[in-house]
Design a protein around this ligand. Structure first.
Ligand SMILES: C[S@@+](CC[C@H](N)C(=O)[O-])C[C@H]1O[C@@H](n2cnc3c(N)ncnc32)[C@H](O)[C@@H]1O
Length: 276
């Protein structure tokens, strides 16, 4: 992790002397979350105070009532089938796309285009893939991607992956497989350890956080970089996640200046993590 101290950011009063670091294989400098008793609480207070997530548009990049989401990425027009009616089934969240998934997918594309990230030939595991947009983009960018989710979510996920990986110029590869957080992952997921682990909108309940972190630990080798995008809807759960994650991971927040310029939202936060 390379350190550099900067003073006088655009949020000078709130974020004086932010420590900018490089974490894992992501080339951009990110704001270090310095581990300490209050730091998870400070981070969430800062996010809610500065970004005021509740004031900005909900579902800015998705329409969860539509049967299909279209998105241009990596020179292709991707078509993601959604099942809006499943949203009313308790516990089913992955049958539609979420803003942080679109933002993470376009962030990957932008980061590769700007030389901050290399996915070509890298092993990538996506957690809680839902409809699969992020994993498909990672594969179009050259990653050898394993998209994972709960067993009953895999049918729609497979359908979307097959439909979007038909292009003849797909540089990477895809595989869809079950991974329930907290359970032992299949050996092919952890051997060798992935170069990248991706997750969008996967931090949403205290119970899930514990299992998610257990899985992140199992998947993280010495060269694994984790990219997580989350929607700012519950400060207590994000704080809980950060507090626990800081014990085992170095964490940095990616400024929106490094995101795809057309896919930013103050309701979303993006973190990069690597194992300590
Ligand atoms: C809010 S959705 C986000 C889906 C997708 N990543 C996106 O951004 O659109 C959360 C995803 O995590 C999955 N998930 C929830 N709990 C899980 C668990 N315990 N193990 C594995 N996946 C889980 C859900 O099935 C769902 O696909």
């Amino acid at each position: 992790m390379a350190y550099e101290e900067i003073k006088g950011s655009e949020h000078e009063e709130e974020e004086e002397e932010a420590v900018m670091v490089s974490i894992g294989s992501y080339g951009g400098k990110v704001r270090a979350l310095v581990a300490g008793e209050e730091s998870a609480a400070e981070e969430t207070m800062l996010l809610w105070g500065i970004q005021q997530p509740t004031l900005s548009k909900h579902n800015a990049f998705v329409s969860q009532s539509s049967l299909q989401l279209r998105l241009d990425a990596c020179g292709h027009s991707l078509s993601i089938i959604q099942s809006p009616s499943s949203l009313s089934t308790p516990g089913v969240t992955g049958a539609v796309m979420w803003d942080s998934g679109v933002i993470l997918g376009k962030f990957l594309e932008h980061s590769v285009d700007s030389g901050m990230l290399v996915l070509q030939g890298k092993k990538v595991v996506e957690l809680g893939s839902g409809c699969g947009l992020v994993g498909c983009i990672a594969a179009l960018l050259g990653g050898q991607v394993i998209l994972t989710d709960l067993p009953d979510r895999l049918r729609l996920l497979r359908k979307n992956v097959e439909a979007n990986m038909r292009h003849s110029d797909v540089q990477g590869s895809t595989k869809v497989t079950e991974l329930t957080w907290g359970d032992d992952p299949d050996p092919e997921i952890i051997e060798p350890a992935p170069d990248y682990v991706l997750g969008s909108d996967v931090i949403y309940s205290e119970g899930a956080v514990v299992d998610l972190l257990a899985t992140l630990e199992k998947l993280s080798g010495s060269k694994t970089t984790i990219l997580l995008a989350g929607e700012l809807r519950n400060d207590a759960i994000l704080e809980y996640f950060l507090e626990r994650a800081m014990k085992d991971f170095v964490i940095g927040r990616v400024d929106q200046t490094l995101w795809h310029p057309d896919y930013c939202s103050s309701r979303v936060v993006l973190y990069v993590l690597e194992r300590k």
